[in-house]
Design a protein around this ligand. Sequence first.
Ligand SMILES: O=C(O)CCC(=O)C(=O)O
Ligand SMILES: [Fe+2]
Length: 356
Amino acid sequence: MAASTDRATSLKEFEETKAGVKGLVDSGITSIPTIFHDPNIHLSIPAATHLSIPTVDLSLPRPIAVDHIRSACQDWGFFQLINHGIPLSTIEKTISAVRSFHELPAAVRSQYYTRAILGSFSYFSNQDLFYSEAASWRDTLYLIFGPVRPELERIPEVCRSELVKWDESVKEVAREVMGLMSEGLGLDPRRLEELSCLEGRGMAGHYYPPCPEPDRTFGLVDHTDPGILAVLIQDKIGGLQVKSMRDECWVDVKPIPGALVFNVGDLLQIISNDEYKSVQHRVVANSDKESRVSIATFFTPGKREEFDIYGPLLELISIEKPARYANVKMIEYLNAFLNKKLKSKSQLDPYKLLGK
Ligand SMILES: O=C(O)CCC(=O)C(=O)O
Ligand SMILES: [Fe+2]
């Protein structure tokens, strides 16, 4: 059989188990199937240990917090937020609810296995399984909280109340941080919120089982996030790495108990006219003996009608700083993301204006 047919068959077989990577690990495998062998793994140079992403303390006086957030968004595109008011116990409960879903018996969780994002809840392994060069060592549950209200009864009971509560908590902190980010751009604090940037919300509950050959694959290949902002919580295992813009090396995002990891998405880079940066990040395959859990909430504009267009904000454009991007039709932009492999050129490129 030709290699590509072989691969297609193996992908299909894996998909049909509906048990994800967790199912493979539970079957007792000691080596990973070839569909997971990543041809770019040699680029997986170890992270630079002397660097770390900035930490922002939200309890500092507002002008100082604005300043810290502005420089983090300009220089790193990432920061960890502490003293944000969400109790550690809430974060721990949310993480453990996602873990409980992924650790349900295979026969139970497989009933939820689907790639159809419609209907507010889905569970799958690798959103780009059929487009990517190599699969990654990760399963995901995905929820849509807005702009369309979720059908709550579709969310499995093991994690329903925790994830609904988490959506409310994360939205409130994001409201506050978007205010500071707007101010950091010299805009009215409500500017991003008025653009409906809090309304589109998707939540990915990732599960990274221990990998028997962590040198052959990734947990999540390098990518940028397409939307406005992502907010992540993670357990103590670690594995998330960010590409430093200055040194071009990978930097570990060390888990800080209770911290929220914020990162700028491609759309925020566009509307801020390159003031804030959307930066590549990835997750190495889990070499720990316990599974890793992380939960990312993605904020995108809720306005997605035919006529809803987003581009560099007029207040940020001048003769000295002309617009660097063309306008984006939101509905086309979001559809393009759903149909591409994660590891591909960022969504910014097609909108870049030449000569800038
Ligand atoms: O699991 C992580 O730490 C990162 C998740 C992430 O980057 C994503 O879902 O886009
Ligand atoms: Fe991401």
